[in-house]
Design a protein around this ligand. Structure first.
Ligand code: ITT
Length: 196
């Protein structure tokens, strides 16, 4: 199955390429196409934005597309940055600027109140079919200092108590065993199989 990855995020593309390979799917990047419309992420839920990405790209290319909307929910911040995770410290903010802002906001928050989770919603949109949506999450704790250079986004400050490591210290294979994206992908497959 050939599926366009409706994302401009290179970290996501890398993870999807591995997750798709396990299924025998071929993930096609947006890089090879011209005139691809920008998706305005104005939804207030992960689901709305994931659908918008997949519908926009699938309609434009007339091919199956997967949209991924994801982010970090921090309990001490009432669930922020949530759907605004990519733009937490401003439009086109770097990953480092975003996690530095997060560490600043949590500076006075004690360890036991630093719980958080990554969430991912995937939407698979195929021409002539009903969209399929699936979600996944991954629990962790926001650290005080960054560590690790793998992954992307908030991975350097997202501590996994079970692994006793930061997400950015995991290899992409290890991350793909436990991540919100991997869980959402599993749930997507289960839903697809149940509809066959
Ligand atoms: P696309 O919309 O083109 O897919 P994006 O980076 O704008 O790319 P999102 O709107 O879904 O994607 O924003 C998700 C942000 O949440 C992302 O930029 C990271 O900061 C964070 N995030 C999502 N998944 C993550 C992961 O696996 N590890 C670390 N941070 C993650």
């Amino acid at each position: 199955k050939k599926v366009v990855l409706a994302t401009r995020n290179k970290g996501k593309v890398k993870e999807f390429n591995k997750l798709f390979a396990e299924l025998g799917w071929e993930g096609i990047s947006l890089d090879g196409f011209e005139g691809v419309p920008e998706v305005v992420e104005d939804g207030d839920t992960f689901e709305a934005n994931a659908l918008k990405k997949a519908v926009t790209i699938s309609t434009y290319l007339n091919m199956p597309a997967v949209g991924d909307d994801s982010g970090l929910e921090v309990d001490a911040l009432g669930g922020r940055p949530g759907v605004y995770s990519a733009r937490y410290s401003g439009e086109n903010a770097s990953d480092e600027a975003n996690w530095r802002k997060l560490l600043g906001e949590l500076a006075d928050v004690p360890d036991e109140q630093r719980t958080a989770r990554f969430r991912c919603v995937l939407a698979l949109v195929e021409p002539g079919r009903e969209p399929v949506v699936a979600a996944g999450s991954c629990e962790g704790v926001i650290a005080h200092e960054p560590k690790g250079t793998n992954g992307f986004g908030y991975d350097p400050v997202f501590y996994l108590p079970q692994q006793k490591k930061m997400m950015a210290e995991l290899t992409s294979e290890e991350k793909n065993q436990i991540s919100h994206r991997a869980m959402a992908m599993q749930n997507l497959l289960t839903t697809l199989k149940s509809g066959e």
